[in-house]
Each structure stands twice: as structure tokens, then as C-alpha cells.
Design a protein. Structure first.
Length: 95
């Protein structure tokens, strides 16, 4: 893919060809429409939403998300140091 940055480099940021914008928009647009519809429905009908267990659900979600982030970061860190060790071994054998 050839990228033409233009005179000020703004064209590179604003172009839509070769980006993931369209795939992201395909997921985001229907979700936004559902959110707008639900908000309008709640506003016009005066329906109340029970939020009794929201704190517990939020705590569970953030705990699982935090665990996954730490786990993936630990794996990436281990892979980095394994590669660095192998590079040092190769360099030691060459010299």
C-alpha cells in the first residue's frame, strides 16, 4: 500500500483507504443505533432500570479484565526476555 502523506502529513491521518475504519464502523454503528433506541424508549416511556447488582458486575468485570491484561503482559515479557537471551547467546557464539 502506497501512502501519500501530502504536504503537511494530514492526508495520511484522514484517508480511509487501507484502514480498519470500515470494519470498526460495521460493529460500532449498529451498537450506537441500539443505544439511541433504548435511550429514547426509556426517556419517552419513563421506564425505570433496576441497577441493583451493577456494582458487583462491574467489580467482576474489572477483576477478570485486569487478570487477563496482567497474564498477557507477563507472557509478552517472558517472550521478550527469551528472545533477548537467545540473541545474546548467538552474539556470544559469533564473537
Amino acid at each position: 500500500i502506497y501512502y501519500d502523506s501530502g504536504k503537511w502529513g494530514v492526508h495520511l491521518v484522514c484517508h480511509l483507504r487501507g484502514t480498519v475504519f470500515w470494519k470498526a464502523a460495521a460493529w460500532a454503528f449498529p451498537c450506537a443505533l441500539v443505544a439511541v433506541f433504548l435511550h429514547q424508549f426509556r426517556t419517552r416511556t419513563g421506564a425505570s432500570v433496576g441497577m441493583d447488582g451493577a456494582g458487583t458486575m462491574w467489580a467482576s468485570y474489572t477483576s477478570v479484565l485486569g487478570f487477563l491484561i496482567v497474564f498477557r503482559n507477563n507472557q509478552a515479557y517472558a517472550r521478550f526476555w527469551e528472545g533477548a537471551t537467545l540473541i545474546h547467546q548467538i552474539r556470544g557464539e559469533w564473537f
